[in-house]
Design a protein around this ligand. Structure first.
Ligand code: ZN
Length: 133
């Protein structure tokens, strides 16, 4: 499954409208896409840095995973997404080595990528996402 690079870093924010100013005005990055992902109850905004992106995540539902994350830990680093050849196969491979999964099978994420999450309990407290085209 060997990941090729960090596809993106997901950051939980209370408001994309407010948070994006730091990325645009301080870091000089350009938001090239905004997308709502109803399945995950989030709005997303993407900034590109070479092969990697920063994904800002704003909850669209107080019961959504990002709203719950912010209630527990406050805004900030939420997950790291690794690019793999095939997200579904990478999940199965991780499961076969005893890794706890959040997603047993890949699903559609932002930017129409196939995605799936590993449980942070199995990854040193880090929420890891696999991504493939
Ligand atoms: Zn992500």
């Amino acid at each position: 499954m060997k990941p090729t690079h960090i596809e993106h870093i997901g950051i939980a924010v209370e408001s994309i409208e407010t948070a994006r100013k730091f990325y645009e005005q301080v870091l000089g990055l350009e938001c090239y896409a905004m997308e709502e992902v109803p399945d995950q109850k989030v709005k997303t905004a993407f900034f590109r840095l070479g092969d990697t992106k920063i994904e800002l995540l704003e909850s669209t539902d107080p019961e959504g995973p990002i709203a719950k994350f912010i209630a527990r830990k406050g805004p900030g680093l939420h997950h790291i997404a690794l690019a793999v050849e095939n997200a579904g196969e990478a999940l199965a491979e991780a499961a076969s080595s005893g890794t706890e999964l959040i997603d047993k099978v890949a699903r559609k994420g932002a930017e129409n990528l196939n995605i799936g999450f590993l449980h942070p309990r199995s990854a040193g407290g880090v929420l890891i996402e696999f991504c493939s085209k």
